[in-house]
Design a protein around this ligand. Structure first.
Ligand SMILES: C[S@@+](CC[C@H](N)C(=O)[O-])C[C@H]1O[C@@H](n2cnc3c(N)ncnc32)[C@H](O)[C@@H]1O
Length: 306
């Protein structure tokens, strides 16, 4: 899969988004604040039926060698470490690796043996079959060669090992209505910019965006099954629907939503700010037309291909 953008462009974008979202939160972290923030994060994930809690239950990850690919600022990795997983967390962006390593240090003995390091999802610096579980949330659709990155997930997993992965969903309201219809067609971006989906996704936080998000891809269920053809048949769950993401109108809804449903402190570690609570209707719509595929599958015990 080719792209006009280099790996440095990817690092530059995610480095600058780190500054915008997490710099201030990280500067204020202490062991006590981190502990409270992880409790809040877990509670928020339970409310949203996120794969970080549903597909990574603490009894299944304790003592297991878990690789997180694209750990970002390390909220998910720190949560798994606090439940006793032996974490190896990689990201292509140096500031994000440092942020994750610092969280392991703040966790102290609870994160003994956990490490964060810089690595590219498409060329992981690990032996074949090194990990019991590979976890990746919202990362592999942002790399040049998603197929290669998924082949790497397969390679570094033990036979029988579990992959827990979130990729963006094409058969969703966000893709067809918010992105394709509103931004692509009505605002005309699809006709003049090959990377219009990249540019229309991902930015947030305190700073003005000055760099372009090089790549965002979305997948249909059929494409997911093809991507994971080396694995056992994947289980797919659709989640994550937000009225506030509707271009223009969403901002008005957000004001109402904040007043009506309030904010959850669980957003701090993963979005750099409290998360505005979804309405019951949004939670329900997420199952039908959400933007996230939560994918779980396993590497077969035996290689069936000759
Ligand atoms: C949307 S963020 C997700 C961060 C984290 N997983 C989370 O859910 O909070 C995407 C992350 O993927 C990382 N990334 C992008 N391409 C990568 C690659 N080829 N190898 C490793 N990490 C990559 C970025 O640096 C960024 O931290």
């Amino acid at each position: 899969m080719s792209s006009a953008h280099s790996k440095q462009d990817i690092q530059r974008f995610w480095g600058s988004l780190y500054d915008s979202l997490y710099e201030d939160v990280d500067a204020s972290l202490t062991p006590e604040i981190l502990k409270q923030s992880l409790e809040a994060l877990e509670d928020m994930f339970r409310f949203r039926e996120h794969m970080a809690v549903i597909d990574m239950p603490s009894h299944e990850i304790v003592g297991k060698k878990v690789l997180e690919i694209g750990c970002g600022a390390g909220g998910h990795s720190a949560l798994f470490a606090s439940h006793g997983a032996k974490m190896t967390s990689v990201d292509i962006t140096p500031a994000r690796v440092q942020s994750t390593q610092r969280k392991f240090e703040l966790l102290g003995d609870a994160a003994q043996g956990c490490r964060a390091m810089q690595a590219d999802a498409e060329n992981l610096p690990f032996e074949d079959g090194e990990f019991d579980i590979v976890y990746s949330n919202g990362v592999l659709h942002h790399t040049h060669d998603t197929e290669k990155a998924i082949a790497e997930v397969h390679r570094v997993l033990k036979p029988g090992g579990k992959a827990v992965i979130m990729l963006y969903c094409k058969s969703s309201w966000q893709y067809w209505i918010n992105l394709w219809l509103c931004i692509g067609v009505l605002m005309g971006r699809a006709f003049r910019d090959p990377n219009w989906v990249g540019k229309a996704t991902e930015w947030g936080g305190k700073n003005e965006q000055s760099v372009e998000n090089p790549i965002t891809r979305c997948y249909s269920a059929g494409e997911i099954h093809k991507l994971f053809s080396q694995f056992e048949k994947p289980k797919l769950r659709k989640r994550e629907f937000y009225f506030r993401l509707i271009p223009k109108l969403g901002k008005i809804y957000l004001k109402f939503q904040r007043r009506r449903y309030g904010e959850h402190p669980g957003g701090l570690l993963v979005y750099g700010e409290p998360w505005v609570i979804q309405s019951p209707l949004e939670l329900w719509l997420g199952k039908l037309m959400g933007f996230a595929w939560f994918i779980t599958t396993r590497k077969p015990e035996k290689n069936t291909k000759c």
